[in-house]
Design a protein around this ligand. Sequence first.
Ligand SMILES: [Ca+2]
Ligand SMILES: [Ca+2]
Length: 88
Amino acid sequence: MEVRFQNEIIKQKKFEFDSMASPELRADFDQDMDVDFNDLILLARNLGKKANLFQALSLFDLNQDEIINEVDFVRFKDFFGFPKSPQP
Ligand SMILES: [Ca+2]
Ligand SMILES: [Ca+2]
């Protein structure tokens, strides 16, 4: 981002995209930064639906085979509970 005054840069700040975002958040369908029962319910509501890559429903197609089915549930299971609570 550049801030200019009389065509001179008076402040410049570079924004960096966090490319190291957790892959588990792919299953965070409601985008509240965790993978929990709310996300599971959203997945379940779309079970059996076709989802090509250009549809919003493809969000639920975790293995990208263009159908939302039990295979996506199995993959979801690997992400469920993210983020893990720190161990005491
Ligand atoms: Ca969530
Ligand atoms: Ca699928």
